[in-house]
Design a protein. Structure first.
Length: 355
């Protein structure tokens, strides 16, 4: 069986599609249609035979682009298409590529182009929902707990090694990662600088160096974190914002004791690298299906605000004006969660080494 998986949504969605890719790879070759950014994430992935780039907002915009990419997709000879992204445009792509079986969610905008519709289970993690696309008709099997997978290569590891060497970080030096950014403003916890100061003083994470991950546009957030850490005597942070590819960021996360992150792409990179994760949720909730999947993970969130969740992604402004879902999360509580996640992982590693 030759499969095509169409995933042209956000980066996190692509990471969460990897368990489906691995499942399908057990049955034959798997070709993936991805945005340019998502395509880079799949480099070296052993489950992926090829990636067809669909630049839906750029070079492949419009009917001409759709037809061009459909021709490329048709050439791989897929018998089944899995519509992991639910838009009409993505479903039309599989239709135009004349893939005979097209499987998507029953809630998707593109369901008219599907030949089989799979129930979208709101209660499941999104990785599990995507995995269910490969269930046989009528089979509602729920997978065991899933972990996504990414495969940074030599290039990414070398980039990380160069970055760490530039900051005089040596093998085995403890690193704590912070990911303060998000595309959606209300998902950006405003106290990462205070957290940085608390982490520097932490007796549980002594001598840990702080790493800030994110896009180039997150550099001001990294600068604020750096300033706060230095006021309590820390060495300069390792500012990785805009300096590493996504797979490079994943490689760096593999080196970190713990990641503290908003509900954003680094959360999913950490799940793939099994980095202990403290995830801060404000206007969204893990029950929407996008919580962390690392073995050690702690969600910090406001448990009693009746307005949560207020948006599938997080609005740009709090509709109530107070933004308490994020402002009420205390740096002390987040620091304690980071200490706990890192300590649990260290204890597990010691136990494994002792066996
Ligand atoms: S309405 Fe509530 S959940 Fe939404 S941003 Fe405001 S405080 Fe957060």
């Amino acid at each position: 069986m030759i499969s095509a998986v169409l995933q042209t949504s956000f980066l996190g969605d692509m990471v969460l599609t990897t368990p489906l890719l691995e499942r399908l790879a057990g049955e034959g070759r798997v070709h993936v249609v991805a945005t340019p950014a998502n395509a880079a994430l799949l480099s070296n992935h052993p489950a992926v035979a090829s990636v067809i780039v669909f630049d839906k907002r750029g070079a492949d915009r419009g009917l001409g682009g759709l037809r061009r990419v459909a021709r490329q997709l048709r050439a791989v000879g897929a018998q089944r298409a899995y519509l992991a992204q639910g838009s009409s445009r993505t479903a039309a792509l599989a239709f135009l590529a004349r893939i005979p079986e097209r499987i998507g969610f029953d809630t998707s905008g593109g369901r008219l182009f599907s030949t089989r519709r799979v129930p979208f289970e709101p209660s499941l993690h999104h990785a599990a929902r995507l995995w269910q696309l490969a269930n046989a008709p009528g089979d509602a099997t729920v997978p065991p707990p899933l972990r996504p997978s990414l495969f940074p290569g030599e290039r990414e590891r070398a980039a990380v090694a160069a970055l760490l060497a530039a900051h005089q970080v040596h093998d085995g030096d403890p690193l704590v990662a912070l990911a303060p950014g998000s595309v959606w403003a209300t998902k950006r916890w405003p106290s990462f600088d205070a957290l940085a100061a608390a982490l520097v003083r932490s007796a549980t994470l002594p001598n840990a160096r702080l790493v800030v991950l994110g896009a180039a546009s997150d550099a001001p957030l990294a600068a604020a974190i750096d300033a706060a850490a230095r006021t309590v005597g820390a060495p300069p942070i390792i500012d990785a914002t805009g300096r590493l590819s996504l797979l490079g960021s994943a490689a760096l996360l593999a080196r970190c004791r713990v990641l503290v992150t908003n509900d954003s792409a680094p959360l999913h990179l950490a799940s793939a690298m099994n980095t202990p994760t403290v995830a801060l949720f404000g206007p969204t909730v893990p029950a929407l299906g996008f919580g962390p999947l690392a073995e050690r993970q702690i969600v910090v969130q406001h448990d009693t605000l009746p307005c949560r969740p207020c948006h599938a992604h997080g609005p740009m402004h709090c509709p109530l004006g107070h933004w308490r879902c994020m402002r009420d999360l205390s740096p002390a509580a987040v620091c304690a969660a980071a200490e706990r996640a890192a300590a649990e992982r260290a204890a597990a590693e010691r136990a494994a080494a002792a066996q």
